[in-house]
Design a protein around this ligand. Structure first.
Ligand SMILES: Nc1ncnc2c1ncn2[C@@H]1O[C@H](COP(=O)(O)OP(=O)(O)O)[C@@H](O)[C@H]1O
Ligand SMILES: [Mg+2]
Length: 345
């Protein structure tokens, strides 16, 4: 029986190629992005939490230069008969941005998380904002600049300083500057443009920062939100990964109405970008107005046992192993539904 036939047998069913009753999960991790190390830690936690009685884990490590070991996944349908589902535990570029999801699609392999389009859209802060705004969701005032199409020396935003300058497609706060005056803006634009040809400049929000998890399925659900209290002027790369000084408040200190509103917006954002499986929606709340803004959505949020996505769901009553079970079940169900799609006449 080949991979496709195995899935014809019921998606979540227990039969597969080797006759064993376990679901064979290809855990793809590492990768070329700046979040390589965090991906390795996410994968360790996922592997440790997958019930060995139900799952067989097949690790696929991608090193920083992009080399796979022990093997590569073949892009041909049916050519990976030993795999029932792929769990991409990759963050950032070439993992969270739709590129590797394209490989899984070509290979007809079920995979956890967002599809190609939602992954690519969510990776791009400019496109995410466009889709959210179009869905009537609140995003911060911003403008989008393309390398070579504007004068770095003369550019002035239409809103007051401070402004945040960001490469459109990246993560971990890399290439992001909080510019407090025009003189700082020039350097900030140059830095961001080193990382992407598209740059987002947005009004800086003086306020609080929150995260809210979304778990997909027939009816997506939102987690209890948490608050991030950076130890630096904003939540920088150092603050995220090196300093260990940022504080997390779970549950976030919010009124029931505010919590409900955040969850509603998180689900709205998840839907607006067409996300599936999982997503962590990040928010800014302005002190002066109390207004809530969607900052971004991450389609493969950190998955270490101490990462906020699993922690928020644990607080909401879904344990880490149960979260993995659900994500894998969603992936298998989606793959089954996709089999009904016809690709030619
Ligand atoms: N408009 C803004 N106002 C205030 N702080 C911001 C704004 N945009 C980003 N930040 C700060 O910068 C951090 C990183 O920005 P973010 O857009 O989340 O990029 P990344 O994808 O790298 O995490 C945020 O966590 C927040 O601390
Ligand atoms: Mg962020």
């Amino acid at each position: 029986m080949n991979e496709i036939a195995a899935r014809d047998n019921g998606g979540l069913s227990t039969s597969n190629n080797n006759g064993s009753s376990k679901i064979r999960v290809a855990l793809v991790y590492g990768g070329r992005s700046g979040e390589h190390e965090i991906s390795v830690r996410s994968a360790d936690s996922i592997q440790a939490a997958l019930d060995p009685a139900r799952y067989e884990v097949l690790p696929f490590f991608i090193d920083k230069s992009g080399k796979w070991s022990p093997n590569v996944l073949s892009p041909e349908p049916g050519a990976n008969p030993g795999i029932d589902v792929v769990f991409p535990a990759l963050h950032g570029t070439f993992g969270e941005d739709g590129t590797i999801q394209g490989l899984f699609e070509m290979a007809d392999l079920p995979y956890v998380g967002a599809g190609v389009l939602a992954s690519a859209v969510s990776m791009d802060k400019a496109v995410t904002k466009k889709l959210c705004a179009q869905a009537g969701l609140p995003v911060v005032e911003h403008c989008i600049l393309h390398r070579g199409e504007f004068d770095v020396e003369a550019f002035a935003p239409a809103f007051a300083f401070p402004v945040f300058v960001k490469p459109a497609n990246l993560g971990s706060s890399v290439g992001i500057t909080k510019a407090k005056e025009p003189a700082e803006l020039r350097e900030a634009l140059k830095l961001a443009m080193q990382y992407d040809s598209k740059v987002v400049v947005e009004r800086g929000i003086a306020g609080r920062e929150f995260e809210c998890g979304v778990l997909g399925g027939d009816v997506p659900s939102a987690s209890t939100p948490c608050e991030i209290i950076p130890s630096q002027e904003f939540y920088t790369y150092e603050d995220k990964y090196l300093l260990d000084k940022a504080k997390i408040e779970l549950p976030a200190k919010l009124s029931p109405d505010q919590t409900e509103e955040m969850q509603r917006l998180a689900l709205g954002c998840f839907e607006a970008v067409g996300c599936e499986g999982m997503g962590r929606v990040d928010f800014l709340m302005e002190n002066s107005s109390g207004k809530l803004y969607i900052n971004e959505i991450n389609t493969i949020p950190g998955f270490t046992s101490i990462s906020m996505y699993p922690k928020m769901f644990a607080y909401s009553g879904i344990t880490y192993p149960a979260l993995l079970d659900t994500l894998i079940a969603i992936a298998l169900k989606r793959a089954k539904s996709r089999q009904q799609t016809q690709y030619s006449k």
